[in-house]
Every structure is written in structure tokens, then in C-alpha cells.
Design a protein around this ligand. Sequence first.
Ligand SMILES: *[C@@H]1O[C@H](CO)[C@@H](O)[C@H](O)[C@H]1NC(C)=O
Ligand SMILES: *[C@@H]1O[C@H](CO)[C@@H](O)[C@H](O)[C@H]1NC(C)=O
Length: 385
Amino acid sequence: MIRLLLFLSYAGLRSHALLRFGCSQLVTERLDPLGTPGQVSPHVHQIIGGNAFNVTMDPALDIPSVATCTTCKFKEDKSNYWTAVMYFKHPNGTFTRVPQIPNHFVGSTDGGMTVYYVQPGGNRVSAFPKGFRMITGNPKVRLSSPSEPSDVGSWALSFRCWESPDPFGPSNTYPPGAGQYDTRHLPNKKCAGGIRSNVFFPSCWDGKNTDMPDHSSHTAYPLGSVNPNVGILGFAGEGCPSSHPVRVPHVLYETYWDTSKFNNLLTDTEWETEQPLVLSMGDPTGYGQHGDYLFGWEGDSLQRAMDNCMDGFGWPEACTELTVQTDEEMNSCRLATKVDENVGESEYIEALPGCNPLQNGPEPATTVEGCLAVSTTIASVATPV
Ligand SMILES: *[C@@H]1O[C@H](CO)[C@@H](O)[C@H](O)[C@H]1NC(C)=O
Ligand SMILES: *[C@@H]1O[C@H](CO)[C@@H](O)[C@H](O)[C@H]1NC(C)=O
């Protein structure tokens, strides 16, 4: 806690709005209502948040009135958040899903992620408007240049290799995405304490569009230069570009993968020679990591929280504007899967769902045509061809 507090204050977050909370798994399946609405998506996602999540999410939908529960700590937050899932490739070529476990200090969430809403710098932020959604990252990318201080967006996606699960250990000294333990690519060695994926969204908005065809050009990163030891948690830089002048909360997803349970299946050399972890889009590099965000907070609840909740650690109970629920309540909010297939949670699977081949790049991944290895339980879901 001391170290976390240290790095949060180091990042200049003291007396700035901060929410940091756990969310349990809502469902894990091949759906992506932003990327492929109405269809089975090309790869598996793990989804958290409100149970209004569906194959299609009409922007006009009043999400808080459709959702009856949420897997997130605050009852008011019916948003949905999703990313790729991670698999371990066994020596015989089969795959099993790498479990997600609770992050430091989020309680006993069942899988899921930790979500942050941060006020970048001292100026007021505007909560996202109804119908707002965005994507960061690109699942087809397999090549990355190193993070550059002058390229703010290059700090958005990273992985931490934890030496131990101890939150006070040396490998948890730096903020997410910063310092010597985080890499843009999946770690190419065993991580005794597991791996955390850090997914940051841009914190500037054009003030007009709640979405765009590419789900990202209505958002932008602040201008300025990043301190490599601090990263972009709460980064305000020199403010927002004139094209995207509205400051919105800086959203971060942390996903904690328990990779350590696979460490004894390979020798160190075998692991380093053929890094066995792969993201669900057939990405063994990690450069294709991406996050989807679909705003769904009730009324003005997020605005009130960003105006008033200044706890330096973002502790949920300290935000009296919002209503917290117990871990049991969060864990009991679940959605039945609509796509009827085995995603490798309890069984070994011969191929990644969607039969995505492993593509190492550096050229962008290509879409595999004609993989219809799925049946669905709802007739309205069409498989992509
Ligand atoms: C999801 O969409 C289907 C088809 O439109 C609808 O029948 C169902 O009620 C929706 N589920 C939720 C949770 O809104
Ligand atoms: C692959 O290896 C796993 C772990 O040793 C084993 O349980 C599974 O049966 C094997 N599958 C095949 C198809 O060989």
C-alpha cells in the first residue's frame, strides 16, 4: 500500500480525482458489440460490467435501465469493459486459458479486471456522455517501436512481469506502463508472480462524437512528453490538442494473469526460446493487445465522482458519492454465454476459438477466412464468413 501510495502521489495524483476498483468476470466468449456487432467475433474476449451486455449494443440503448446488476464495485457503473484473453500453449500444441486473479487490494473478485478513472492534471474533467464508446489498441498489430517520451500513445499498452505476487516487491515499484519491469511485448521469460496487462485509453475527446467508425478517432492523447519512470497514469502533459479539446477521465484496465501455474511445465530455456503465452487473436507478441470501453454509468454519477472523489489511492469506500456493493454481489452478477463453444477454461482445446493461427508478425495479422467452427444458441447471431 505504501509503495502504491508513493507511486500514485509520484504520478501527481494527490488531490486529483481517482477511482480504482475491481470488477469480476461477467462472461467470456466470442462477442464484440463494437468491432463486430450482431456477429460472433473473430476472437475470445473477457467482459466485465453491467449485464446489459449483448451481441449488439445500440448507442441509443439506456444501459442503466436495461442492466439489473454489474460485476463492478460501484452499483452505478453499468458500463462494459473488455479485452482479449490469454492462453498457454502446451508442448503438444493444445491450449488452455490462463486464469485471471484479483489484483492487489481489490478484494476477492472472481476473475475480471481492475478499472481506474483518473483526472489528468488539475483541471475539471467531463464525464463521458451517454452512448460513448471507444477502443484502444489494434488486434492485428504484431510490431511495435519502443515507447518514446514524445509519443504519448506509445505508453498506452504494456505488460508487467511480476517477480512475486507481493505488492511491496521491487517489481511493483513503478506505475503501470513505466519503469524497468514493463514491456510493450509479452514477457519472454517466466514471471514468478504472474503478468499484468496495462491498457490505457486516451483522455482527450473531440466533444462532439460519441463514437466513430474506427471507434478511436474521436479520442486523442494529451500533448507533451512522458517521464519513462512515471508513464501515463494521470498524464496531463501540455493539455489536450485543439482538435480534441475536452478532458475526459483517463481510463486504465489492469488484468492480472496467473501465468505462474504454468511455469513448471517448461524449462527456463524452453520458455525463453518459444514464449508459450498467446493472446486470443493468435498473438504471441502482445503488440495486438487492445481494450474496448462502452460507457454505461447511471445519470450523473461518474461526473459527481470525478468532481468529488479525491482519495489518493482511489479507494472505493472513500467515494461517498457512489454506492459500493460486496464482492459476493459482484461475483453473483453473471451472463449466460450466447456463443456455444469451449473457450479452453476447463479443457484442453486443439485450436484457439475462431481458429486463429499464431501469427508472429512483424507484418499485420491476416484474418482467417472460412473458419465456422462455432454454433450459436441464438439464431440472430451470424458467424462471420
Ligand atoms: C440481447 O438481445 C436479444 C436480441 O435482441 C434480446 O432478446 C435480449 O433480451 C437482450 N439481452 C439483454 C440482456 O438485454
Ligand atoms: C496435451 O497435453 C495435455 C497436458 O499434458 C494433456 O492433458 C492432453 O491430453 C494432451 N492432448 C493431446 C491431444 O495430446
